[in-house]
Design a binder for this molecule. Structure first.
Ligand code: AP5
Length: 250
């Protein structure tokens, strides 16, 4: 199984139009969004962040956006069919950008897949493209730390940069250091919605981590360290999955 995987990784690197596929997993507040931006910049990966795609749909104010908003504010999961359709659309966009020579080497999935059904759908989508997962990285953080982090999270309403009033504050209270936009608290960061989301992770997503672990794909990262240390560990983990092992590649 690993032989096939490494051979396919090599194919991905050699073929001009195929993409690498890296999944970043972890409970809410583990730092997926924070790390995604940094890791993408280091490894030339495009973003497939379902939470972000949903927030954009909500902002657009369409009927679809309003439906998503109701689910999102309750801290529940958006239906799988809709989530997968949005991901496929974004994947096509990234593949198109790569074909046009944008320099993107692959996709970093943040917040997707988070159910077994979504993972099955992603497998089908990748198989149809003749591609495979490159790496699955799971960020581990204790639950009490997650609750504290989400209570302190603030997000720029203009550019989306994420801050924390304790661990990563802006230079001026309430103002984005990057663009001067206003910082706000996410609607799903209320204590009730946070508890519900963390329980949902255990129920819906932990079984998926177990499955990827049984398949030998998971690399676990201790996320209860500084943001810089976590970034270095994630980049190293992904690079180790990208490097073909000559003895195994025929
Ligand atoms: P989404 O936006 O994906 O949110 P989430 O999974 O709930 O994850 P979070 O954004 O809460 O956490 P994060 O791990 O990104 O942490 P962050 O980097 O911000 O999804 C939102 C909603 O959309 C879902 O509830 C659902 O309704 C829907 N949805 C999304 N995907 C879906 C899917 N596939 N299927 C169905 N529905 C879906 O960090 C948190 C805080 O900690 C920040 O303040 C940050 O500054 C701080 N921090 C980060 N790292 C560190 C560190 N090392 N030390 C100290 N502080 C840190």
């Amino acid at each position: 199984m690993r032989t096939t995987h490494w051979a396919e990784v090599r194919l991905v690197k050699e073929s001009p139009n195929t993409l690498m596929h890296v999944i970043l997993m972890g409970p809410q507040g583990s730092g997926k969004g924070t790390q995604s931006e940094r890791v993408r910049a280091r490894l030339n990966l495009g973003s497939i962040a379902t939470g972000e795609l949903f927030r954009e749909a909500i902002k657009s104010g369409t009927a679809l956006g309003q439906q998503i908003q109701a689910v999102y504010d309750r801290g529940e999961l958006v239906p799988d069919g809709l989530t997968v359709a949005l991901v496929e659309e974004r994947l096509d966009q990234l593949a198109g950008e790569r074909a046009r020579g944008s320099g993107i080497d692959g996709a970093l999935y943040d917040g997707f897949p988070r159910t077994l059904a979504q993972a099955d759908a992603l497998n089908r989508v990748l198989q149809a493209r003749g591609e495979d997962l490159t790496a699955v990285v799971v960020i581990d953080v204790p639950r009490e730390t997650l609750v504290e982090r989400l209570a302190g999270r603030r997000v720029c309403s203009a550019c989306g940069r994420v801050y924390n009033i304790e661990s990563d504050p802006p230079a001026v209270d309430g103002v984005c250091s990057a663009c001067g936009g206003q910082l706000t608290q996410r609607a799903d960061d209320t204590p009730g919605a946070v508890a519900k989301r963390l329980d949902l992770y255990q129920k819906e997503t932990a079984p998926l981590v177990d499955r990827y672990e049984r398949e030998g794909r998971v690399q676990r990262i201790d996320g209860d360290r500084s943001i810089d240390e976590v970034t270095e560990s994630i980049v190293a983990a992904i690079r180790s999955s990208m490097a073909p092992r000559p003895a195994r590649v025929r």
